[in-house]
Design a protein around this ligand. Structure first.
Ligand code: ATP
Length: 497
């Protein structure tokens, strides 16, 4: 017989003495320890938690409910997009199991090869992480209206509604054993974020966001431009690439000097010189999404602030044709009195509002961000926008150069040299044509001889038109000079009188 049990039974016989009570206690504790070790070894933690929660729920009803809940909303405290929400959205489909009977499927176009899966309203997804059981549910406006308030007397454990019924934004609610709270926050949620980052970096399909009512609508970026396909001077291309690389490398540097980790670029030049293509090349190079903002669609400063807050990190915010936006007025506008000033504050969109929103965007984020302004007329932009710190690099995209032509012809016709190159390059030095126009000519056929002959003729035609225009200008100049001379002679004659 086990000596421990023997001593336990013999000590029961002599209960009245204090030492026998002590012996009984020691024996009981030893038994409990043995039992606990055996349970821990043979019954997994999640099964134990499940049994305990079921027993508690049976004996004590809802009051014994030991689950904690975390709500993850799309927007974090009205301050901006919640990256954790996006991470959960991407992560959860991989956890859909056979237990899920009701889900949605779809396929995005372009680079996406996989069928996308998402849970449907009522469904919950169960995930197991380091022996913890985690239950996810998704709520959106429709679900929230259908939800019943939690009934405290109910024995059935349901996942309750998210914290704020009036908040109509979509959200995920995670339920788990309250004993796992630290582990969920310190390990599980970072695990989801890491998975999300890896997913994004690996097979990221870049998104192009445009404005839709009070928020953003996304589609696939799908712009094929890269730094290899952009026709521009090699030194400028290298300078931009170096700048982007340096910017990405310097997170700790920005932190050390107390500056927001952001970079602003101004791209200027005539239409068709590649501003949009360069933005797409930057996005493809950095693997950043693009938010395209037309200021003419922005109603007021508050509207703009809200839109900028809803952009995600690691993205390029593009504000096109900044010079064309009549609404962006100078800050030195005349004062109209307190009432009108107050009305203006809510209904107008001003340059100062734009500047504040941009500065606010920088300070609200610790992740890298890029903003690009484009314009066809740099001289018409308010100097406040151009100052260093707002626009760090000014990029001039201009007419097609000899180097630019070499890149285009290599891309479009796969030709590195040709007897007509010299003539074309000579013409390009005299005629101003945009890369868009040259690209158009190069797309007119597959036969390099025919296409390049066509380009020579086109450039000659342009040169002649230019000369004709020049002749007309010269003729006008002669007429002007003649009339001026006649006027001077008239005045001299008048003086003689
Ligand atoms: N520098 C360039 N390198 C390569 N392709 C170019 C370049 N510039 C223009 N293109 C070609 O011309 C087309 C139009 O160019 P893009 O839209 O990038 O010009 P843009 O300067 O943004 O014009 P806009 O000011 O009118 O918006 C592109 O699709 C591309 O094929």
């Amino acid at each position: 017989m086990n000596p421990v049990f023997h001593s336990f039974s013999s000590s029961l016989k002599s209960i009245p003495t204090a030492s026998s009570w002590f012996e009984a206690y020691v024996a009981l504790s030893t038994c409990m320890m043995l039992l606990q070790t055996a349970t821990n070894q043979f019954i997994p933690l999640n099964v134990r938690s499940f049994i305990i929660s079921r027993l508690k729920s049976y004996f004590f009803g809802t009051f014994a409910d030991s689950s904690s809940r975390i709500t993850i909303t799309e927007i974090w405290e009205n301050m901006g997009r919640n990256e954790l929400y996006d991470a959960v959205k991407e992560y959860l489909p991989s956890k859909i199991s056979r237990a899920n009977k009701n889900f949605r499927v779809g396929k995005l176009g372009g680079g996406n090869k996989k069928i996308a899966i998402a849970i449907e309203g009522e469904e919950s997804i169960v995930d197991v992480f380091e022996d913890m059981k985690l239950t996810w549910r998704y709520f959106h406006q429709k679900d929230q209206q259908q939800q019943q308030p939690i009934n405290p007397s109910s024995r059935k454990q349901t996942i309750p509604s998210p914290t704020d019924q009036s908040d109509a934004r979509p959200k995920y609610v995670l339920s788990f054993d309250e004993n796992h709270r630290e582990k969920v926050i310190d390990s599980y949620l970072p695990h989801i974020l890491n998975k999300y980052k890896a997913m994004k970096e690996g097979e990221k399909v870049l998104k192009h966001y445009t404005r839709a009512s009070r928020s953003w609508e996304s589609s696939e970026l799908g712009h094929p431009a890269t730094f290899d396909t952009i026709a521009m001077e090699p030194e400028l291309k290298k300078a931009i690439l170096d700048d982007l690389d340096r910017f990405l490398r310097r997170k700790s540097f920005y932190k050390k000097v107390g500056k927001a980790w952001k970079r602003g670029y101004l791209m200027y030049g005539p239409p068709g010189t590649g501003k949009t293509s360069l933005i797409a090349a930057m996005a493809n190079y950095l693997k950043f999404d693009v938010y395209d903002l037309e200021l003419s669609n922005v109603n007021c400063n508050a509207d703009l602030r809200m839109l900028l807050r809803n952009t995600s990190n690691r993205s390029i915010l593009v504000i096109e044709d900044i010079d064309c936006t009549r609404e962006v007025r100078d800050r030195s506008e005349k004062d109209d009195g307190p009432l009108k000033r107050e009305f203006k504050r809510f209904s107008e969109f001003t340059l100062s509002g734009l500047l504040n929103s941009i500065d606010g965007l920088w300070t609200s984020s610790s992740e890298e961000r890029i903003i690009v302004f484009t314009t066809n007329h740099k001289d018409q932009i308010d100097p406040a926008l151009l100052r260093p710190g707002r626009m760090d690099m000014h990029i001039n995209l201009s007419f097609c150069t000899v180097n630019g032509f070499r890149i285009l012809v290599s891309n479009y016709l796969d030709v590195q040299s040709h007897p007509l190159f010299e003539q074309i390059e000579h013409l390009l030095e005299k005629v101003q044509v945009t890369p868009a126009v040259v690209a158009e000519e190069l797309m007119k056929g597959d036969d390099a001889d025919v296409v390049l002959t066509g380009l020579v003729n086109f450039l000659k035609q342009k040169e002649m038109e230019g000369n004709e225009t020049k002749d007309v200008v010269d003729e006008n100049e002669i007429q002007l000079r003649k009339s001026k001379k006649m006027k001077i002679e008239d005045e001299d004659e008048d003086e003689d009188f």
